[in-house]
Design a binder for this molecule. Structure first.
Ligand SMILES: N[C@@H](CCC(=O)N[C@@H](CS)C(=O)NCC(=O)O)C(=O)O
Length: 214
């Protein structure tokens, strides 16, 4: 695959601590963060009508992240940005024997897992306890538990999503695992030793620490 974009002509719109971190983490792993123009956004600006030019030229929903390429093409999904950056730099993509797992977990994280975690996050972290929708939380927590059981088993004997080798998929689903660890003292994952071990492996990486702890 040939990607002709000038690697230093990229603009990444970010919002700290949310899904943009997948892209910032991967850019840090790739050693290209300082080559990218990074523009910090505030999602609440959309409510204040402050992001109309971003909406009309970059992201139709005014959500973050988005990556603008030098030819003005725009990528508006965090997972797609990670896949693109890995391909562009020919690093952190998997060998042929791991492509099924690589695409499976990137797409699962950005669609199914993000969706259930967003519900849990909004209820637990952004909604007053008296107003929380208990049924919704219960349904989403059960769904997360099914994921955690399955993923815990998947990670047995592996350091990373694609075996021994770190790939962009680890920045994508690794973000979800970190996100889960930040809610209610990690109760969603604490009973899953392989997931806890995987998080520990990710947390020991320099780029993870630069992204999440600085
Ligand atoms: N599926 C999108 C989700 C993007 C998203 O919802 N971003 C949030 C921050 S994590 C946002 O911009 N929220 C503000 C809003 O919805 O107005 C992705 O992964 O890039």
């Amino acid at each position: 695959m040939s990607l002709s974009t000038n690697k230093s002509e990229l603009t990444l719109y970010v919002y700290p601590n949310y899904r943009s971190m997948r892209c910032v983490w991967l850019a840090t792993e790739l050693g290209i963060k300082s080559d990218i123009r990074i523009i910090q956004m505030d999602p609440s600006d959309s409510d204040k009508g402050k992001c109309e030019s971003y909406r009309s030229t970059v992201h139709p929903h005014c959500t973050i992240p988005a990556l603008v390429l030098e030819d003005e093409k725009t990528i508006i999904e965090s997972g797609a940005i990670c896949l693109y950056l890995a391909d562009l730099h020919k690093r952190f993509s998997p060998g042929a024997q791991w492509t099924a797992e690589y695409y499976n977990w990137v797409v699962y994280a950005c669609s199914t897992l993000d969706d259930m975690m967003e519900h849990i996050f909004v209820q637990w972290c952004l909604t007053h306890p008296e107003n929380q929708d208990e049924n919704l939380v219960k349904r989403m927590a059960y769904k997360f538990r099914d994921f955690a059981n399955y993923f815990n088993k998947y990670m047995e004997g592996k350091s990373y999503i694609c075996g021994d080798t770190f790939t962009a998929a680890d920045c994508v689903i690794g973000y979800n695992i970190w996100w889960a660890s930040t809610m209610k003292e990690g109760c969603l994952i604490n009973d899953h030793p392989e997931i806890v071990r995987y998080l520990g492996t990710l947390q020991r990486r320099d780029a993870f620490q630069q992204t999440f702890l600085s």
